[in-house]
Design a protein around this ligand. Structure first.
Ligand SMILES: Cc1ncc(COP(=O)(O)O)c(C=O)c1O
Length: 349
């Protein structure tokens, strides 16, 4: 299956082609504050740097990330979005078997299959609010791949102390962890450099609103980083992505503003959606909310179509393994847009 068969959120191009209209995109989970002004200015002012190759080692950014997380730069590997790193892990480790709790981000499965790894799934149950069960038998899997907080359910599924005992290698995708003001209590970034059984994935895409630039990173033991580097294409992280990420890390005010906005707007959306008959939102720690449709007549695809007519794009979750056609996912956006979503939902349901 190609990536076009695994529809993701954020495909505004398809909506423009098909419906010939502009929409508010609630389908991709991007920080509604958008790109910080300083980053925009810096990219424009440094346009001439396009004449040179990017820094192969991304020295400045790697050092900066090292001091940001208080780890050595040898424990960090940058990638062309965290997606590149997901595939890189499979090409470097060639795991015979992969274990994935679902529903979750579909690219773990696709990456595993592209490396001919045998995939085993653990179905997280709706009645357990999609939490990991107490006991997990991963059947000796070579790789355990999970997302914390999980996309699309929004809950924290892993307690720190469990990560060590899941499989020979556990990859924890913390793409949405920046949205937790108390992330230090939940992130495994501190453990990964010391523990060869753990790799942590992070991204600049969501929290710093840089999806079009493509930049993510992983944190792991230095031997793991060296092994992965052997399989990576050179210059995979472009000049502007490196520059933007450096500036993003300096912007504490942006991080605080984001945390306040997400907390306030997520509560607003949750409260308002819960008031709509036949819709049930799931509690989320991230910048998106999973919603169950409790209506015999309406499924996620129909709801998505009806919302597009009203200028709103949501993520139809029917193609998430482990979810039915009765779920949609919405991003947390700014108040005006959130109000438009609530109004539209109220009308179409
Ligand atoms: C859980 C998760 N991991 C990774 C990615 C890929 O992010 P990036 O833009 O860093 O490649 C996404 C994108 O939607 C995601 O939802």
């Amino acid at each position: 299956m190609g990536y076009l068969d695994f529809a993701h959120g954020g495909n505004i191009y398809e909506v423009r082609r098909k419906y010939k209209k502009e929409i508010i995109d609630f389908s991709a989970n991007i920080n509604p504050l958008g790109l910080p002004e300083r980053i925009k200015e810096n990219i424009i002012n440094n346009f001439n740097r396009i004449l040179h190759y990017p820094d192969l080692q991304a020295e400045k950014l790697t050092e900066k990330l090292g001091s940001y997380w208080k780890i050595d730069k040898e424990n960090i590997l940058l990638g062309n979005g965290s997606i590149e790193l997901i595939y890189l892990i499979f090409s470097a480790f060639k795991p015979k078997s992969t274990f994935i709790p679902v529903p979750t981000f579909s690219e773990y499965e696709r990456a595993a299959r592209s490396a001919n790894s045998k995939v085993q799934f653990l179905r997280l149950k709706e009645k357990d609010n999609f939490n990991l069960p107490e006991r997990i038998d991963a059947g000796g899997a070579d790789i355990f791949f999970l997302c914390n907080p999980n996309n699309p359910t929004g809950n924290l599924i892993l307690q720190k102390q469990r990560a060590d005992n899941l499989a020979k290698l556990t990859v924890i995708d913390e793409t949405f962890m920046d949205f937790l003001p108390d992330q230090a209590a939940h992130s495994l970034i501190g453990e990964a450099p010391k523990n060869k059984k753990i790799i942590v994935l992070r991204s600049f895409t969501k929290f710093f609103a840089l999806p079009g630039l493509r930049i993510g990173y992983l944190i792991a033991h230095k031997d793991t980083v060296m092994r992965l580097r052997k399989y990576q294409l050179p210059w995979s992280v472009n000049t502007f992505a490196q520059m933007a990420a450096e500036l993003a890390l300096d912007n504490e005010a942006y991080a605080q503003k984001t945390n306040c906005l997400i907390k306030r707007e997520r509560s607003f959306l949750f409260r308002e959606i819960a008031k709509i008959n036949r819709l049930s939102p799931y509690p989320s720690r991230a910048n998106f909310i999973l919603i169950k449709i409790n209506d015999k007549e309406i499924n996620s695809s129909l709801l998505k179509e009806r919302l597009i007519e009203k200028g709103i794009l949501v993520r139809d979750c029917a193609n998430f393994r482990g979810l039915s056609g009765k779920f949609i996912r919405i991003a947390v956006r700014a108040r005006g847009e959130n109000q438009r979503l609530i109004q539209a939902l109220g009308r179409v349901i």
